[in-house]
Design a protein around this ligand. Structure first.
Ligand code: FES
Length: 154
């Protein structure tokens, strides 16, 4: 399942990690970068590659929210709805984004461009409300800024 390039990277990384199991996070990340998400087949592949029980891989994938357990849109908008963001209007942002894109949270838009998720604190409470768009933080977010961003990405 790992591309040739990622397999080479895997071989290189093995020199720096004490056990194969210690490579669980980076190998899962490589697969997600390749495939966009972590399927059950991918978890079985990682289990076999690292020689660890598939339950251990599943435990990691389900613990960390950065691993997608389903296919996501090209733009994954993760809106923080924890306390600081909630107090500054996060629920309204989620509602507005869902209404604008005509989806529920965790659904992909029909064109496959967007997925909206509600997430727990992303550690940027001082600039609440905020969301993570793919790997970038968008802070001090307002409904107006969200509209501008969605229009730019459509
Ligand atoms: S509560 Fe939203 S980033 Fe912490």
């Amino acid at each position: 399942m790992l591309s040739q390039e990622n397999l080479q990277q895997f071989e290189r990384l093995q020199k720096f990690y004490p056990t194969k199991k210690a490579l669980t996070l980076p190998v899962l990340w490589m697969i997600q970068e390749q495939e966009g998400w972590i399927s059950v087949e991918a978890m079985m592949y990682v289990s076999s590659l690292l020689e660890i029980p598939v339950g251990d891989v599943y435990g990691v994938v389900t613990f960390y929210t950065m691993y997608n357990q389903q296919q996501r849109g090209k733009y994954h908008l993760q809106i923080c709805t924890n306390i600081s963001c909630q107090l500054r209007g996060a629920d309204k942002l989620v509602e507005h984004a869902c209404k604008t894109l005509n989806v529920q949270t965790e659904e992909n838009t029909k064109d496959g461009r967007f997925t909206i998720s509600k997430v727990e604190c992303l550690g940027s409470c001082g600039t609440a409300p905020m969301m993570q768009m793919n790997n970038d933080f968008v802070e001090n977010l307002s409904v107006e800024q969200l509209d501008i961003l969605l229009n730019e990405l459509k």
